[in-house]
Ligand binder design. Structure first.
Ligand code: URA
Length: 235
């Protein structure tokens, strides 16, 4: 990879800014001062240093966010803050994007990465990656609802959902449930409850595949996935 590209990717500025930086003689490749932006470096073999600091090059970033309500799961939005806006600049330089979408008012597990292949795998309808949600429901959730979801329900546009596994945590005027679904239609959980005459009043994703929401993350907080979690996602 070209040295200027590497440094720009790692957040040392635009290509133009990096070129200026190189001119000042503060960049060394394997101890040798390099001023040529076109210089090729092998990210596996060469050691790049800027101002005596080693540049740890990596291509991909994998983050787990506890998405807060009120923020859009997209890279850009004209009116609202996005999940990318609330990342620190050091993470934004990787140009990551959210894997799949949560509604503006939905909280919980959101994976954010710049690994397009992995994102495609996780969101492709072909792979049926299960997603589990915790929800508060206006109305008494019953065993009949469990059976209806097990068979699949008909959404407002006529779409027949695949079976979903509904677990009732508490059933009252305001019920609490967990629901696992294997597809991701627009507003799917909310519309599945509408199909049985009930309304979701709070929704939080707690699991995607084998990745669980880290309960130490407050809404709006995020952390890097561990190496084990990244491995799980790739399997
Ligand atoms: N289902 C919904 O209705 N909303 C979400 O954000 C995710 C799943």
């Amino acid at each position: 990879m070209r040295l200027d590209k590497l440094l720009a990717n790692m957040g040392y500025g635009t290509r133009k800014e990096v070129k200026k930086l190189l001119k000042t003689g503060v960049v060394r490749v394997d101890e040798e001062i390099i001023k040529d932006p076109k210089q090729h470096v092998n990210t596996e073999q060469n050691q790049v240093m800027v101002h005596e600091e080693i540049v740890e090059y990596r291509e991909f970033i994998y983050l787990m966010m506890n998405k807060p309500a009120g923020v859009i799961s997209a890279t850009e939005d004209e009116d609202d803050e996005t999940v990318i806006d609330i990342l620190i600049p050091d993470d934004q330089v990787f140009e990551p994007f959210p894997v799949g979408r949560l509604d503006k008012d939905t909280e919980g597990l959101l994976i954010i990465t710049n690994d397009g292949k992995l994102a495609h795998h996780l969101t492709s309808p072909k792979h049926h990656v299960p997603k589990t949600y915790f929800a508060k429901i206006n109305g008494v959730v019953t065993e009949e609802d469990v059976l209806a979801f097990e068979k699949g329900v008909t959404l407002d546009d006529g779409y027949e959902t695949k079976p979903g596994e509904l677990t009732i945590l508490s059933s009252d005027e305001l019920s609490e449930i967990e629901l696992t679904i294997h597809e991701g239609k627009f507003h799917q959980v909310k519309r599945m409850f509408e199909a049985v005459g009930k309304q979701v009043v709070y929704l939080q994703r707690i699991q995607m595949g084998d990745i669980h929401l880290d309960r130490d993350l407050e809404p709006g907080e995020y952390r890097e996935l561990t190496a084990e979690e990244v491995d799980i996602l790739h399997k």
